[in-house]
Design a protein around this ligand. Structure first.
Ligand code: NAP
Length: 260
């Protein structure tokens, strides 16, 4: 026997003593990721465009972990570049970065506006790249780190009426692999979560469309939309020692959508 198999324990999933940044943490999936990481023991740096993340901060306070917030419009590159420096100023180290903030703008392809394309690309892709690059600099110095990008079913499929979103989420999957390849030697793991269909503001429009809603539900083997809480275990796993040999993986949490 070359390894001590009995050294494995559930402590591998603990984030005790770690610091995590979550972007877009004021609501939806970002709020669930932030609370999950806090429940697993991490102190959290919540980033939000619209205000103070009051509700998320309250939830994290109930876990007994420290939480600090920072307001940034990730559609603005200069503001995106400040996120990591601000977190480092407050906490000193950055163990986990969850690039969750994202936006979706829908319209038929031939009518798709150039400014909508730019808005989606700036938030979903360019800011993710810039924040990750800044985090990587800190993590290389530390000799460890985890970056978790939020991909989508539209990292694999084309979708309809959301060309910019699809392009950005395919690029997020590609960047996840590119970052993972270069940073693995520094003990930094970069992976992505590809959520299926989750009940949040992002999907309110399609859930309200009876026909579209029925089409979607009929294709999900699990037979239901997910709740943000369905993603909490996955984010903790990817942030923890338990996933130390995962590099550049796009992990679908989709009730079986892609398996169909
Ligand atoms: P959501 O409820 O609409 O939340 C989106 C988050 O991103 C909000 O916190 C929002 O902040 C933030 N955000 C948007 N534009 C921003 C900007 N310019 N600067 C800073 N923050 C900005 O959507 P969600 O469903 O939780 O989505 C979270 C992530 O999961 C996104 O990357 C999304 O693409 C991805 N995703 C969602 C689903 C789904 O079914 N819901 C499926 C696959 C992937 P504000 O509140 O200030 O706008």
């Amino acid at each position: 026997m070359t390894t001590n198999l009995l050294s494995f324990s559930l402590d591998y999933f603990s984030l005790e003593g770690k610091t995590a940044i979550v972007t877009g943490a004021n609501k939806g999936l970002g709020q669930a990721y932030a609370v999950a990481l806090a429940k697993a023991g991490a102190d959290i740096f919540v980033v939000s465009r619209s205000g103070d993340c009051e509700e998320t901060k309250q939830l994290i306070a109930e876990t007994g972990r420290r939480v600090e917030s920072f307001q940034a419009d990730l559609g603005n590159r200069e503001e995106a570049k400040q996120v990591v420096a601000k977190c480092a100023e407050v906490y000193g180290n950055i163990d986990v970065l969850v690039n969750n903030a994202g936006t979706i703008l829908r319209s038929p392809l031939v009518e798709y506006k150039e400014e909508d394309w730019d808005t989606v690309m700036e938030v979903n892709l360019n800011s993710l790249y810039l924040v990750s690059q800044e985090a990587a600099k800190v993590m290389v110095r530390q000799g460890s780190g985890k970056i978790i990008n939020i991909a989508s079913m539209l990292s694999f499929q084309g979708g309809k009426f959301v060309p910019a979103y699809t392009a950005s989420k395919h690029a997020v999957a590609g960047l996840t692999k590119a970052f993972a390849n270069e940073l693995a030697e520094h003990n930094i793991q970069i992976n992505a979560i590809a959520p299926g269909y989750i009940s949040t503001d992002n999907t309110a429009q399609i859930r309200a469309d009876e026909k579209r809603n029925a089409e979607i539900l009929s294709r999900i083997p699990a037979g239901r939309w997910a709740d943000p809480s369905d993603l909490m275990g996955t984010v903790v796993f990817l942030a923890s020692k338990a996933s130390d040999y995962m590099n550049g993986h796009i992990l679908a949490v989709d009730g079986g959508w892609l398996a169909r």
